[in-house]
Design a binder for this molecule. Structure first.
Ligand SMILES: [Zn+2]
Length: 76
């Protein structure tokens, strides 16, 4: 059954080559982790509110002290 395995591998390769990619995941992550003012790397901290079942994500810049983002996630 060695020939069958080779055929499956070739089909998967052609599929991934056809799909267009606009901006890589790495670019998005790099932008998200940087301060908008001084582009220093942000320090993230998570605060979990067990009463409301929410998690707040606070991003604070260690260089200029800007609190960049507060994202609230609902726990499931
Ligand atoms: Zn900053």
């Amino acid at each position: 059954m060695g020939g069958r395995a080779a055929m499956e591998k070739r089909e998967t390769g052609s599929n991934s080559a056809q799909s267009p990619v606009f901006g890589t995941v790495k670019d998005v992550v790099a932008r998200y982790c940087r301060c908008e003012n001084c582009s220093a790397y942000l320090h993230f901290s998570h605060v979990t509110d067990f009463v409301r079942n929410l998690t707040r994500e606070i991003a604070r810049c260690p260089e200029c002290g800007t609190e960049a983002r507060q994202v609230t996630h609902r726990l499931q």
